[in-house]
Design a protein around this ligand. Structure first.
Ligand SMILES: [Zn+2]
Length: 142
C-alpha cells in the first residue's frame, strides 16, 4: 500500500473523531443554555465573517465555541498535536489560528462584540460560567 494512502486514512479518522467530540457537543450545550435563559439567537450565520456559531442581534454580539484542538488553544491541556504527522497538523492549526484572528478583526470592524468560548472552559454542570457569560452578553444590549 502506498504511504500516502496510509497517511490520508489516518488523518481522516483522526479528523472525524475530533470534529464529533470536540466541536459539536459544546456548541449544543451553549445554545441550549442560552435558549433556556431566554436569549434568542441565530446559528451558523453564513453572511457574517467566519460564520459565527451563535449570533445575538439584539446584543450586537457573536459567539464562537472553539474546539481547543482545531483552533489551537495556546497553553491548553486539550491542545496536543498528534504524534504522527506533526508538521501537517501544526501547519493546519496555525492556519486556523490566523483565520480566526482575521475573522474577529472583520467582525469587530462591522461593530460586533465577539465572545470566544473555549471547549475547555465549559465545566459540566457549573452555572458560574454561564452566569458570567449571560452578564457579558447583556452588557451589549443596544
Ligand atoms: Zn482549551
Amino acid at each position: 500500500m502506498p504511504m500516502t494512502d496510509v497517511l490520508t486514512r489516518k488523518q481522516r479518522s483522526f479528523n472525524m473523531g475530533r470534529i464529533r467530540s470536540a466541536d459539536t457537543k459544546p456548541e449544543i450545550e451553549v445554545r441550549s443554555r442560552l435558549f433556556r435563559a431566554g436569549f434568542r439567537f441565530r446559528k451558523n450565520v453564513a453572511n457574517l465573517p467566519g460564520k459565527p456559531d451563535i449570533v445575538l442581534p439584539k446584543y450586537a454580539t457573536v459567539i464562537f465555541v472553539h474546539g481547543c484542538f482545531w483552533h489551537g488553544h495556546a497553553g491548553c491541556p486539550k491542545f496536543r498535536l498528534p504524534k504522527s504527522n506533526r508538521k501537517f497538523w501544526s501547519t493546519k492549526i496555525k492556519k486556523n489560528i490566523e483565520r480566526d484572528e482575521k475573522v474577529l478583526d472583520l467582525l469587530k470592524a462591522e461593530g460586533w462584540r465577539c465572545i470566544v468560548i473555549w471547549q475547555c472552559e465549559l465545566p459540566r454542570g457549573s452555572d458560574k460560567f454561564y452566569d458570567r457569560l449571560f452578564r457579558l452578553i447583556r452588557q451589549g444590549k443596544k
